[in-house]
Design a protein around this ligand. Structure first.
Ligand SMILES: C[S@@+](CC[C@H](N)C(=O)[O-])C[C@H]1O[C@@H](n2cnc3c(N)ncnc32)[C@H](O)[C@@H]1O
Length: 297
């Protein structure tokens, strides 16, 4: 599958290589494509320079490493090292996201004995996990022709797997390649490396944007809402959840105001869903999460 670059910009020009492993200019900004995955970042070469080992390892883990990919990735890494105008350290925090926790979902499922006081709590949360609720919210939206859904920050892809049936085109965008390739395994989805703080989708190109537990990690959540609004088609929807709604202090009225300043109207709001993260059989986290659905009006 090669990514539909028209979702990223209008003016698309292949500068070198080919659609599988090549360098494009998208609205004059360079986009490096490795094995069909565009690196839509403020500086893709810096990212490849900073995360070269993790990138190669991630493609290899998913059986997607070949000579053409390795050659282009090495060229970009060497350019990042030798070009004085490329600052690979500026992108370094991104490298921290190549962690197992984010990319494996809940790797350590804990099933307590029926007599454990935790049993009813875990059973209740698992009966309707957060990703099932969010997928249902998507399913409840009116559906037109050729619906394009973008999920930002899919992690291991627990939600993405539930979105596939709701989309004609499903795009997954994460700044961690390891997470992205895991999320995209065995799924008919288009994958894109993107930093949600440097939003790279074309204006009015998406019908639904969904971000489960990502907005609280961003440097600039207000700018993110503006970017999302621009990228949605009129009548399109943003659906998000967050365990830490600091951007609106957890208050619905503040959220409504913020959204309306961005051209979005709050359509659905829910508090106190529980999000379970299992790090080990002895380390379980449960977050109180807010859910939001807003329409581009
Ligand atoms: C807390 S995890 C949530 C994963 C999944 N959505 C879930 O709820 O289980 C955050 C995800 O967002 C990604 N992420 C964090 N900051 C990001 C950013 N600025 N741009 C794009 N993705 C980001 C991480 O790599 C990770 O996959």
């Amino acid at each position: 599958m090669t990514f539909p670059l028209g979702l990223l910009g209008v003016d698309i020009e292949l500068r070198s290589g080919d659609a599988r492993n090549g360098i494009y200019l998208v609205d004059h900004a360079p986009v490096v494509v490795l094995d069909g995955v565009p690196f839509r970042l403020s500086d893709p070469t810096a990212y490849i320079g900073a995360c070269f080992d993790e990138i190669v390892a991630s493609f290899a883990e998913h059986g997607r490493l070949d000579d053409a990919l390795l050659t282009l990735a090495r060229e970009e890494r060497d350019r990042a090292v030798h070009d004085p105008f490329i600052d690979a350290s500026a992108i370094a925090p991104t490298a921290l996201d190549f962690t197992d926790g984010e990319t494996q979902g809940s790797p350590a499922r804990f099933d307590p004995d029926a007599s454990s006081p935790l049993a009813p709590l875990l059973e209740a949360i698992r009966a309707e996990p957060l990703e099932a609720v969010l997928a249902k919210w998507v399913g409840d939206l009116p559906r037109g022709d050729e619906r394009t859904i973008a999920e930002l920050g899919p992690g291991a892809g627990l939600l993405a797997r539930r979105l596939a049936t709701h989309a004609d085109t499903l795009v997954l965008a994460d700044r961690s390649l390891r997470a992205l390739l895991t999320a995209g395994d065995d799924l008919a989805a288009e994958l894109c490396i993107m930093d949600a703080d440097w939003f790279g989708f074309r204006d009015a190109s998406l019908d639904v944007i969904i971000a489960q537990n990502v907005i609280d990690l961003l440097r600039a959540p207000f700018a993110f809402l503006e970017d999302v609004s621009r990228a949605l088609r009129p009548g399109g929807h943003l659906i998000l959840s967050t365990p830490d709604p600091w951007a609106w202090r957890g208050e619905r009225e503040v959220l409504e105001q913020l959204l309306s300043e961005c051209g979005l109207t709050l359509r659905r709001f829910e508090d106190d869903r529980l999000w379970l993260r299992e790090h080990s059989p002895r380390e379980l986290q449960v977050f109180r999460v807010q859910l939001v659905c807003a329409e581009r009006t």
